[in-house]
Write a protein that binds this ligand. Structure first.
Ligand code: IVH
Length: 726
């Protein structure tokens, strides 16, 4: 969309702004529109192209500075300023408003024969022998309609009954891939109504469900429900949290203005090229957006929307359509969002017009539905698992069944309420759904198929692992084991601590944690840093190399930034984002011991519930003792504000080993030193910083004693130096 030169100029302006901010130079109000354009440009790079050019931190700096200028110059705020998405007040009710053009549905097809039949009708009505079709994904979300007037987003509407929908403009503004303004006027368009689909990506869906589960709430069944449930939410801020996306695939209406660019001129490609202007998002398209559907997708893309511009395919004749839809179905799981089929559209607008529509659907388009990824199977039993927060999660064990290419034999059913809502009984036939790479869910039970052998599900009163009584907090759906010494919780806490998003201790893994715990070699989080690797070395399956890797990963984890440690502590309701906010709020982790719940609530992302949980964690003596212990072991409790520290603390220090080492093999010791940035040298000289002496050290030790600058240390001292405590 932008050529290199334009990108460079955007980047140049960006760095000028950033520099001004760093130097604390004031950005004056004349720079405001330029700053807004830069922010829009970066939003588009991030949310539409998925290809940001600056860091989140830099974006935030620019955004904050725009907010400051606007605060002192409120008259300069424009409705399409990037700051105008947030802060919308609560939706009291959603007004019913008419669509400019009815929102129709699509006819469905399920196989090649259906498509061939449809193509025959199109050919008959058009008197053509071969038709150009545009094929695009059928996005599985919730449909919406937007109106832009004089380039500004003025209204966003749900489908409603197709004739009227509900005005959800405030919520729509929370979806950052939807531009608040778009340069339609460059095409002579004064008013335009466009149609699209709100979707939640698979990744956003997984995150969102995880956060629901962490709060003891029931997760949503699939990304479609998550998207459609978002549109009519009362609080726009909640919509923002869902990280929704939107694709636009149809221009349902447009109104051309009497601007200097007349329709006649627009229709001439040569004129279009001469009149190319740089807009916020890019150049005027060199295609005529009013001639074909694929060109209209290009127009939407060019003015800044996510249209299926890259995903679309224009083909000739139905045979190519059939081939393409089948090929695309095979790629379905590789897409970041859910699709439930393809939509085939007659590409030529004049022909679309000629074909017209029924009251239900246009004759120029048809949906090709993919095979449903649902299956039925039998629910055989329920297993109750205890997680790191003590939450007891029921897991349904099923007769193994293939859904969307994978075998499913066990599905979490979350909590007691969920089991009641879905009316599940042991022995039931259940309908399950797997949406792409999204975790399978039970859609419903089929009570009509019960034969009297079904057994209702009783939730245990005792912890299935430590047998202590379970508790349920008021207003919560989850039963918990509150015995903090419960074996299941301890193990799960350690597993969480070493996991990828937390301390990222590579090659530790669930299985090792469980094994070491069972063998009594690991009993709590600090224990990770003093595992007896001599004993581990005697275990089957632990070679020298795997032990070296594990030691190196454990040592390296001490340098992880504070937010990872906070996240790794597994404080209830503290996910990665909150952990980052917390890390940034203190100089030292133990500063939290002096913060009240009210103080905590002042932080971004921290509400009443979260504040309570954090406060609870830092009021517990055992937790504080553990944090002191971790600090003594060399972990980062200070907020260094650095994302990651790559090299170790022994940068350029030289080492030499002499004598027989007890705990480490010579070679392993050398690797450890090097992993921390040290260098191994071969002889004793003034260049040597550390001589590590084992048993029966000889002449090297004697020689080193004569050089004052050399530090002579034992093997244990060396281990302490590289960060590995006894
Ligand atoms: S075109 C008048 N294109 O599927 C034509 N619809 O089952 C309007 N949908 O109501 C629809 N992806 O909500 C069209 N690429 C796409 C689509 C799409 C998803 C939805 C849309 C429509 C429903 C019909």
């Amino acid at each position: 969309m932008h050529n290199n030169k334009e990108l460079q100029s955007f980047q140049q302006i960006t760095s000028n702004f950033l520099q001004q901010i760093t130097e604390k130079k004031e950005i004056n109000s004349t720079g405001i529109e330029s700053l807004r354009q830069i922010l829009r440009f970066h939003e588009h790079r991030y949310y539409v192209l998925n290809n940001p050019l600056i860091s989140d931190f830099e974006y935030d700096q620019l955004y904050q500075s725009l907010k400051e200028i606007e605060a002192t110059n409120p008259h300069l705020i424009t409705p399409d300023s990037p700051t105008q998405r947030v802060g919308s007040s609560i939706n009291k009710s959603f007004e019913t408003v008419p669509h400019l053009v009815p929102m129709l549905s699509l006819e469905n097809s399920y196989n090649a024969d259906d498509l061939i039949d449809w193509d025959r009708k199109v050919k008959e009505q058009s008197n053509l022998t071969i038709i150009d079709y545009c094929i695009e994904p059928k996005f599985d979300g919730a449909s919406i309609s937007l109106i832009y007037e004089n380039d500004l987003l003025v209204r966003g509407t749900t489908r409603g009954d197709g004739v009227e929908g509900e005005d959800i403009t405030n919520n729509i503004k929370q979806i950052r891939s939807i531009p608040l303004s778009a340069p339609f006027s460059h095409y002579g368009i004064q008013q335009i109504e466009i149609r699209g689909e709100i979707v939640m990506t698979k990744a956003a869906f997984t995150n969102y469900n995880e956060s629901l589960i962490a709060q003891g709430l029931s997760p949503l069944a699939n990304p479609r429900n998550a998207a459609s449930g978002s549109l009519r939410m009362k609080d726009p801020k909640e919509v923002a949290k869902r990280n929704l996306d939107a694709f636009f695939y149809n221009v349902s209406y447009y109104n051309l203005s009497s601007s200097p660019l007349t329709v006649d001129r627009l229709l001439k490609d040569s004129d279009l090229q001469q009149n190319q202007q740089t807009t916020v998002y890019g150049k005027r398209s060199s295609v005529n957006p009013f001639s074909t559907h694929s060109n209209s997708l290009q127009l939407l893309w060019d003015v800044g929307f996510r249209s299926p511009q890259k995903e679309k395919q224009v083909v000739q004749g139905i045979d190519e359509v059939i081939k393409h839809v089948h090929d695309f179905e095979l790629m379905r799981d590789t897409l970041p969002y859910e699709i439930d089929g393809m939509v085939v559209k007659v590409n030529d607008f004049a022909l679309q017009e000629k074909l017209g529509m029924t009251t239900h659907h246009p004759r120029w388009a048809i949906a090709f539905k993919f095979k449903a990824r649902q299956a039925t199977t039998k629910l055989r039993s329920i297993e109750f698992q205890v997680g790191r927060t003590g939450a007891v999660t029921p897991v349904a064990k099923l007769d193994p069944v293939q859904v969307g290419g994978v075998t499913v034999s066990s599905i979490s059913v979350h909590n007691e309420e969920y089991i009641r809502e879905k009316d599940l009984q042991i022995g039931d036939t259940v309908l399950i759904e797997r949406a792409g790479d999204v975790i399978p869910q039970i859609v419903k039970s089929q009570p009509e198929l019960r034969d009297g052998t079904q057994i209702s599900i009783d939730f245990p009163k005792e912890c299935p692992v430590c047998k202590s009584p379970l508790f349920k907090e008021e207003g919560e759906a989850v039963w918990r084991c509150i015995n903090i010494e419960c074996e299941a919780q301890v193990v799960e806490k350690i597993i969480h601590f070493v996991s990828k998003d937390a301390m990222d201790i590579k090659s530790f893994g669930d299985a090792n944690v469980r094994k070491f715990y069972e063998l009594g070699l690991l009993k709590d989080i600090p224990g990770i840093y003093s595992i007896d690797f001599n004993t581990i070395g005697t275990l089957e399956g632990f070679g020298k190399k795997s032990i070296d890797n594990l030691i190196a990963a454990i040592v390296a984890s001490k340098q992880q930034p504070l937010y990872r440690l906070i996240y790794g502590l597994g404080i209830r309701f503290v996910g990665e984002t909150t952990a980052k906010a917390l890390a940034n709020a203190v100089n030292h982790l133990l500063d939290f011991t002096t913060k009240s719940e009210e103080d905590l609530q002042q932080l971004d992302d921290v509400g009443v519930k979260v504040a309570k949980s954090i406060h609870h964690f830092f009021s517990n003596e055992q937790n504080i003792a553990m944090l002191h212990q971790l600090e003594t072991l060399g972990l980062q409790l200070i907020n260094t504000k650095k994302e990651t520290i790559v090299s170790g603390g022994l940068q350029d220090q030289t080492f030499l080993f002499t004598g027989t080492l007890n705990r480490l093999k010579r070679n392993d010791a050398e690797v450890l030193a090097e992993q921390q940035g040290g260098k191994i040298i071969s002889g004793v000289s003034s260049k040597l910083n550390y001589l590590v002496v084992g048993e029966d050290a000889g002449s090297k030790l004697e020689k080193a004693k004569k050089i004052n600058t050399i530090k002579i240390i034992t093997e244990n001292e060396f281990l302490a130096l590289v960060g590995f405590e006894e």
